[in-house]
Ligand binder design. Structure first.
Ligand SMILES: [Zn+2]
Length: 450
């Protein structure tokens, strides 16, 4: 009995101690003596003149090189305008001369199945379109690229790739067009909404299969070559939670001397591709600066963001096409010999209207793209910490991109911010981080005033 009481007393005492501990107030934080000498001494921080550094970098591309860069970009703008007018002209001719209607009649004589009619119509139309597009494509993609020293390809190789693109387009059109027209017939007034949705679905499929099935038709993709650069890139990728296998090199030098890198894929096929030309022409720091930018796209999920934004524009585009087609058919329906939008002969008009819409909203789609590119630039600067290498690699893009376009030109035609503003971003970042040891010691366009 005594023992029992003793045990109970001990138990109570233990509980009392525990609850007393639980109720104890917060303890004082431990104090550690901080040596003020260990902190960066801010009042001797060097200053970086951002505007002067930016100007200094841009001034490295002058004379003939700058003229060539500007000429290439200006020519590109005119060619884009030509392509729009050429496409609208082709579609106009197919509609106004009743050629599209004759092609439909021909297909209707061959088969009673609407599916097969649409397939036959698609096969002939895509073949005619490819024949019409070949001459300007040959000039722009082959002869002009040769003249600017951007092409590494022979004529036969170029034609072979044009052929592959033609066959892919042909297959996709023959398979998809019957589905689109069946959708138009079933959905009636709301057809544009359903066809817009279908297009977004096709874009998702295309984005997902491109790195796995399409890109290998044109280039070989291999892991990064072993060496110091691979070690650094892999470390940078790992620090941003990207598996090393998600970074690959494309033998782009087969086609071009241009340097580039991009993120492709979707739904588990995402990867970062670096052109072998970038590895050949870029310094180690420049490659790391570019990889940092691409890691930014990857980590921030820009593919999904772009898909959502572009998806919205696709729906608006189909809405515009439906509205404009209605007006066009009221005015020219007799000449077109096209009865309604569900008539497969309406295709050239619909494609032309969608193309026109895409050009009209270029300022919107490009500003969405520029915003994402700016984010990736900042991410890359924070991740790779190579502002000067980023500036110099931007100069290496000069052969294909104007360094200092006009403001309106940039707003309408540029999917990336101009080199001028990107270098300014990099130098602004450098100025903010100049007190940090690795940045302060960095070589580069000095302009550091005491
Ligand atoms: Zn980018």
């Amino acid at each position: 009995m005594k023992r029992l009481i003793l045990c109970a007393a001990l138990l109570l005492a233990a509980c009392a101690t525990l609850s007393a501990q639980a109720q104890e107030g917060p303890r004082a934080a431990p104090t550690v003596r901080i040596e003020s000498g260990q902190l960066p001494v801010l009042d001797t921080t060097p200053k970086l003149d951002v505007a002067a550094a930016t100007k200094g970098y841009l001034a490295r591309v002058t004379g003939a090189a700058r003229e060539r860069s500007d000429a290439h970009a200006n020519g590109g703008t005119w060619l884009a305008l030509f392509n729009l007018l050429y496409g609208l002209g082709l579609a106009g001719a197919l509609m106004m001369f009743g050629l599209s209607a004759r092609l439909r009649d021909w297909a209707e004589e061959r088969t009673h199945s609407r599916t097969y009619q649409a397939m036959l119509y698609a096969a002939i139309l895509v073949t005619l379109a490819a024949a019409a597009v070949l001459p300007p494509a040959l000039y722009q993609g082959y002869f002009r690229a040769q003249a600017y020293g951007l092409s590494n390809q022979g004529l036969l190789a170029w034609l072979g790739e044009f052929g592959i693109v033609f066959l892919l387009t042909l297959a996709a059109s023959v398979l998809c067009l019957p589905v689109f027209y069946a959708t138009i017939r079933a959905a009636r007034e709301t057809w544009w909404l359903w066809c817009g949705g279908l297009t977004i679905l096709l874009v998702i499929v295309q984005m997902t299969i491109t790195p796995v099935f399409i890109a290998p038709l044109f280039n070989d993709h291999t892991p990064l070559p072993d060496g110091a650069l691979k070690t650094k890139i892999t470390a940078l990728a790992a620090a941003n939670q990207i598996p090393a296998a998600a970074i690959q090199v494309s033998d782009a030098s087969r086609q071009t001397s241009r340097i580039f890198a991009h993120v492709t894929g979707f739904l588990g096929t995402s990867r970062i591709t670096l052109s072998d030309t970038l590895l050949q022409q870029g310094s180690e720091d420049e490659v790391l600066a570019v990889v940092g930018h691409e890691i930014g796209h990857y980590v921030m999920g820009h593919a999904t963001r772009n898909l959502l934004m572009q998806g919205l524009l696709v729906l608006l585009g189909f809405g515009f096409a439906a509205w404009a087609f209605h007006i066009g058919a009221d005015l020219f329906g007799g000449m077109w010999q096209v009865r309604k939008v569900e008539d497969v002969a309406s295709l050239p008009a619909l494609v032309a209207l969608l193309g026109l819409f895409a050009v009209l909203i270029l300022p919107v789609s490009n500003s969405i793209s520029r915003a994402a590119e700016h984010q990736a630039d900042l991410y890359g600067l924070n991740a790779a910490r190579k502002p000067d290498a980023f500036a110099t690699v931007l100069l290496k893009l000069a052969p294909t991109r104007k360094l200092e376009p006009g403001e309106l030109e940039e707003a309408v035609f540029y999917g990336h911010p101009a080199a001028r503003s990107r270098i300014e971003t990099a130098m602004g970042w450098k100025a903010q981080h100049i007190a940090e040891a690795d940045i302060r010691d960095m070589a580069g366009l000095g302009v550091i005033a005491p």
